[in-house]
Design a protein around this ligand. Structure first.
Ligand SMILES: [Zn+2]
Length: 172
């Protein structure tokens, strides 16, 4: 069944109603009038059912389209998954990096594992002046160790410096 078929059927019923209606006033026999009146009621009721079918059919079409889009997204994600792998920094933080054999783990393409597991690609951003990187998607922070810094700096250009921590401010 297609939308066109439903529309054709609906038009046929409407035409039948239009043709039958004028006959009513020409009929003298009361029993015939009742029969004709029943036929009209049935036709009008059928139009109502057809309208329900049309709505349901449209819903099926919409659901189908939604499912099709979802499948495409999953296929795209499966393709993305095949291009990346996990990499564990010395600090113990796990990141997602490209799988290509020649791509260094110390590139700018560091994705957040937490977001990746939720089918989102979110690039870590270096926090200026520190050795920490933050995910803009979920605010997860990761660290690089001192000996990893040099490698990281090759890709980030501006050398991150050690964060200043544990500053005690005397309230007096
Ligand atoms: Zn994240």
């Amino acid at each position: 069944m297609t939308t066109q078929t439903i529309v054709k059927l609906s038009n046929s019923i409407r035409d039948a109603i239009v043709k039958i209606r004028p006959l009513y006033k020409n009929i003298q026999d009361e029993d015939d009038k009742i029969i004709l009146s029943d036929v009209m009621s049935n036709l009008i009721q059928s139009q109502g059912y057809l309208s329900d079918i049309q709505l349901s059919y449209q819903q099926v079409l919409d659901d189908n389209e939604t499912a099709r889009k979802r499948i495409m997204q999953y296929e795209q994600w499966a393709e993305d998954l095949s291009k990346y792998k996990s990499f564990r920094l010395k600090s113990g933080c796990t990141i997602i990096i490209p799988k290509e054999p020649d791509s260094s783990p110390y590139s700018k393409e560091w994705y957040c594992k937490h977001c990746f597991d939720n089918k989102k690609k979110s690039l870590f951003q270096p926090e200026l002046g520190t050795i920490t990187f933050i995910c803009p998607g979920c605010n997860k922070t990761i660290f690089v160790t001192d000996d990893e810094l040099e490698e990281v700096q090759k890709f980030y250009g501006t050398p991150p410096s050690r964060p200043i921590k544990h500053i005690q401010v005397d309230p007096n």
